[in-house]
Design a protein around this ligand. Structure first.
Ligand code: SF4
Length: 311
């Protein structure tokens, strides 16, 4: 049975230009101890999907469908019930440590706060546990670093603090939002190794535009475009045998595969293209693609693709 079962999820919110349909009928499953990478360009709806799971979208956002976590629908929990789960069982490693960390609190105290809140430990014990988490996140001289403020740490070290904080309460399910964004190549490689080591044996949704990093960390990958999942398979299959033209283009745009960007730009989520949402940019688009919306086609070994060519 899946630990997390997302069924027909839709999320939308108002903007001055109209209704933004950020997530459109998404179905996804994450099993126990499975790490799923959610890949896509900026603005494709992947962060909104993550925020829907942990229910941190603004109250003005409309969210429909089901998000079944260990048998209970998160969308039907009260705010208090959700607050009990958030951080303790379901935690988020937020993107952008520079804005996510409190600049006037020492990093050790920030982690200790999470531990006291969710584990009920006293101040001294929580602080000692925070130092252990910084050690686990491979921060040298963890005790000294715990007494520093975020601005005293490098970008890579702040990312390690975010990871330590996200995992401090030993959650069963982690959502990591763009954990490698903005890091130089060497730091990124270290963070990828760290996340892989620290999330072994946990379930995780890793939201990222970095397919190479997701390939190294995740068991499966789902590719999102204009609010929809276009392809889903094992990480190995997505990297080596992608079937959807968008995934194929995404892979060709990687620096390691020639850096050939997909032509055109991401569509509007207010007024997405008719038919297949990728058709204006697809080199294989046919007449039918402009008017008919392709369903997810099941291929073999848990591989599925939303493209008429895969039928
Ligand atoms: Fe391209 Fe048509 Fe497939 Fe969409 S359905 S990806 S437009 S071939």
């Amino acid at each position: 049975m899946a630990m997390l079962d997302i069924i027909d999820l839709k999320a939308h919110f108002s903007s001055p230009d109209g209704l933004v349909k950020a997530v459109n009928s998404v179905d996804l499953q994450i099993k126990d101890n499975e790490r799923l990478g959610l890949i896509g360009e900026t603005g494709c709806g992947k962060t909104v999907l993550g925020m829907s799971i942990i229910r941190l979208l603004p109250s003005s956002a409309g969210v429909e469908g089901q998000i079944i976590y260990n048998g209970q629908d998160l969308l039907h929990l009260t705010e208090e019930e959700m607050r009990q789960l958030r951080g303790r069982e379901i935690a988020m490693i937020l993107q952008n440590p520079t804005t996510s960390l409190n600049p006037v609190l020492k990093v050790g105290d920030q982690i200790a706060e999470v531990i006291s809140l969710h584990k009920g430990l006293g101040k001294k014990e929580a602080k000692a546990r925070a130092v252990q988490m910084l050690e686990a996140a491979m921060i040298p001289e963890a005790e000294r670093r715990a007494d520093q403020y975020p601005h005293e740490l490098s970008g890579g070290m702040k990312e390690r603090v975010m990871i330590a904080m996200g995992l401090a309460s030993h959650p069963s399910f982690v959502i990591a939002d763009e954990p490698t964004k903005g890091l130089d190549a060497r730091t990124k490689a270290e963070i990828v190794n760290l996340i892989r080591d620290m999330t072994t044996g946990r379930s995780m949704l890793m939201i990222t535009h970095d397919l190479a990093a997701a390939g190294e960390i995740c068991d499966r990958i789902a590719v999102m475009y204009a609010g929809e999942i276009l392809e889903e398979a094992s990480a190995e299959t997505i990297l080596n045998d992608p079937q959807h033209p968008y995934t194929q283009g995404f892979i060709r745009s990687l620096p390691s595969r020639g850096l050939h960007p997909i032509s055109g730009s991401s569509p509007s989520l207010i007024d997405p293209p008719s038919g297949c949402r990728f058709h204006p940019r697809c080199p294989y688009a046919m007449e039918v693609c402009k008017s008919e919306h392709p369903q997810m086609m099941r291929l073999e070994n848990g591989h599925s693709s939303r493209c008429f060519l895969c039928g």
